[in-house]
Design a protein around this ligand. Structure first.
Ligand code: NAP
Length: 234
């Protein structure tokens, strides 16, 4: 059990993020379920609280610096700590439009959410984690962002995930020595709004590796990329 530890999950009103909240709360963490829409976030929280889980809602849009700053001010004043950050929020909006044709506003939107948003959250969380000399940052990436699998289509989404993998390596090195472990993971192809109903994996399977990384012991790995708790090629 991880009693007393506080975890923040982005984009957690549905899908894999929601399931990560459930699994972390079941392990005894105090969970901050964050979402950009109040109603969706509150409803998701109520559902988990009805299961007897310790979950609190914080409005947080990863693309809005003011929203991130406000959420972290509340966390600092109410809780004074943050032990776990799961950067889960992401969008995939470009379909199969080739990178040579995709509208650059779309590219900007995808990178703003999936990469810059996660980076912003890491910057907000790192001082709290360093202060406690404890932190676990989990970046939810994707196999399609792996260098070994880069190919035509979904250029912005792929590059946002290649970027979050690079960010993982850089932050792991910068935070090494502060007991802040930073890892990336891919959930596989999961049945969610993003993954679609034809996907073979459940949200439980998709969330498992993120939950494992969020609760690593102090001698756990850092700066690595995982799928199903096994190392995955960058
Ligand atoms: P999902 O069901 O579409 O959920 C995405 C979540 O991100 C939603 O809660 C969404 O909120 C939120 N979000 C989007 N923009 C946001 C913003 N600016 N600020 C805060 N939250 C925002 O997708 P999912 O399948 O659970 O995906 C979760 C993670 O797994 C993502 O990082 C995704 O790239 C990754 N992944 C998924 C698959 C898959 O097959 N499903 C495969 C590989 C990787 P709204 O409800 O307000 O839109």
């Amino acid at each position: 059990m991880e009693d007393g530890r506080v975890a923040l999950i982005t984009g957690a009103n549905r899908g894999i993020g929601y399931e990560i909240c459930r699994q972390l709360a079941r392990r005894g963490l105090s969970v901050l379920l964050t979402a950009r829409r109040d109603e969706a976030g509150e409803t998701a929280c109520e559902e988990l609280r009805a299961e007897g889980l310790a979950v609190r809602f914080e409005r947080l849009d990863v693309t809005e610096p003011e929203s991130v700053a406000a959420a972290f001010q509340r966390i600092e004043s109410d809780l004074g700590r943050l032990d776990v950050l799961v950067n889960n929020a992401a969008i995939s909006v470009e379909k199969k439009t080739p990178a040579v044709e995709v509208d650059m506003d779309t590219v900007q939107r995808v990178l703003d959410t999936n990469l810059i948003g996660a980076w912003r959250l890491c910057q907000a969380a790192a001082p709290l984690m360093r202060k406690e000399r404890y932190g676990r940052i989990v970046n939810v990436s994707s196999g399609v962002g792996s260098f070994s699998k880069l190919a035509a289509g979904f250029g912005a989404y792929r590059i946002s995930k290649t970027g979050i993998n690079a960010l993982t390596c850089i932050l792991a090195d910068e935070l090494y020595g502060d007991n802040v472990l930073v890892n990336a993971m891919t959930p596989g192809w999961v049945r969610t709004h993003m993954g679609g109903i034809q996907a073979p994996r459940s949200v439980e399977e998709g969330a498992d590796t993120a939950v494992w990384l969020a609760t690593l012991p102090d001698d756990g790995p850092t700066g690595r990329f995982f799928r199903d708790r096994e190392e995955f090629p960058w």
